[in-house]
Design a protein around this ligand. Structure first.
Ligand SMILES: Nc1ncnc2c1ncn2[C@@H]1O[C@H](COP(=O)(O)OP(=O)(O)OP(=O)(O)O)[C@@H](O)[C@H]1O
Ligand SMILES: [Mg+2]
Length: 324
């Protein structure tokens, strides 16, 4: 559905994107992560033709954007919706007028606009706010309005640029849940740009990592969480484990959860089985698609064979650290 072929883009001296190759398939929920300035917004703006590549090709739905005439490009753009970090609503217009603005620009009649607008507001569970003004809404509600507006043309593709970055954790969760729901219900292809791993982890199935204008890793979210290969991915995935656990007078074990182990039962079973006190020194585990990934550093009074057998029996990868 979306294809980048050797795409480069620079702004004067700044190379925003360099030689990007990327395929996003129909109905993918695709996340792109990277630090500030990595080129994420540039990448997303290339998808709807807001900017064109200096080199290479961006194809959407089989059409090469650089080759399209303005009119054809506008037509293609109507099949692509976009939402932003700061919602970009018009404060002087009420919710219904904000949502239906794209239709107004297309010359759709008022009655038709209203009907379609209310239908979209129902979809984002905000029907009762049709007459409210943006200033009367919470951040999460404003983003719902923006989503309704982005989808009003029955789009195939939804582009999200840091769509939850200015929301509190609860609103973030509800927007992510809504996007997940709409992705399924409307058969959307979603491209989600973010600098937060937890956003990708909660909703995306595939992902790419951008570092300094280069695509350094692409694949299934599950695989990348289990086996991140690029240092940048590791950095984004796990907070650097820099704490010095200098009390190394007892054995320490680093447990690596690879996606098949529920985390809490393992620790309590470990305590029951070995009758040893287990001290959790540090943990960085995350759930993806209901499986646990990450690492945990534990300290035990002594390293018994029973303990190691227990871990082997559960297929938990571990590494012994500290004093044996
Ligand atoms: N219109 C522009 N003119 C000049 N430089 C630009 C322009 N747009 C982007 N850049 C530069 O290109 C690089 C990539 O910018 P981009 O906005 O794509 O990064 P980003 O990953 O979205 O960052 P952020 O997380 O801060 O939004 C940056 O160095 C930026 O300063
Ligand atoms: Mg950006």
């Amino acid at each position: 559905m979306i294809e980048f072929n050797n795409v480069s883009k620079h702004f004067d001296e700044v190379i925003a994107l360099e030689n990007i190759n990327l395929t996003i398939k129909k109905n993918d929920f695709f996340g792109v992560i990277g630090m500030s300035g990595a080129g994420k917004s540039t990448l997303i703006r290339l998808i709807n033709g807001l900017i064109l590549p200096d080199e290479g090709r961006v194809d959407v739905n089989g059409l090469s954007l650089s080759l399209l005439k303005e009119r054809e490009l506008n037509k293609l753009r109507q099949t692509i919706g976009m939402i932003f970090q700061h919602f970009n609503l018009i404060n002087q217009k009420d919710v219904l007028d904000n949502v239906t603005l794209p239709l107004k620009l297309q010359g759709v009649s008022k009655a038709e606009r209203k009907e379609k607008g209310l239908e979209m507001l129902r979809l984002v569970q905000l029907e009762d706010k049709a007459d409210a003004y943006p200033a009367q809404l919470s951040g999460g509600q404003k983003q719902r309005v923006a989503i309704a507006r982005a989808l009003i043309n029955d789009v195939d593709i939804l582009l999200c640029d840091e769509a939850t970055s200015s929301l509190d954790p609860i609103s973030t969760q509800s927007i992510l849940d809504l996007l997940k729901d709409l992705h399924k219900k409307l058969n959307l292809t979603i491209v989600m740009i973010t600098h937060e791993m937890k956003v990708i982890q909660q909703v995306c199935h595939k992902m790419a990592v951008l570092d300094n204008g280069k695509l350094v890793e692409t694949g299934r979210v599950k695989d990348i969480f289990t086996h991140p290969t690029h240092p940048k991915t590791k950095e984004l995935l796990f907070v650097q484990d820099t704490t010095d656990f200098s009390n190394k007078d007892k054995p320490q074990l680093r447990l690596i959860f690879d996606g098949y182990n529920a985390f809490e039962p393992i620790i309590s079973e470990l305590v029951l089985q070995t009758e040893q006190a287990v001290n959790i020194l540090w943990a960085n585990t995350q759930e993806v698609e209901e499986l646990v990934y990450g690492q945990m550093l534990i300290q035990v009074p002594s390293l018994s064979q029973e303990l190691l057998d227990f871990l082997d029996g559960r297929n938990i990868t571990y590494q012994v650290e500290g004093k044996l």
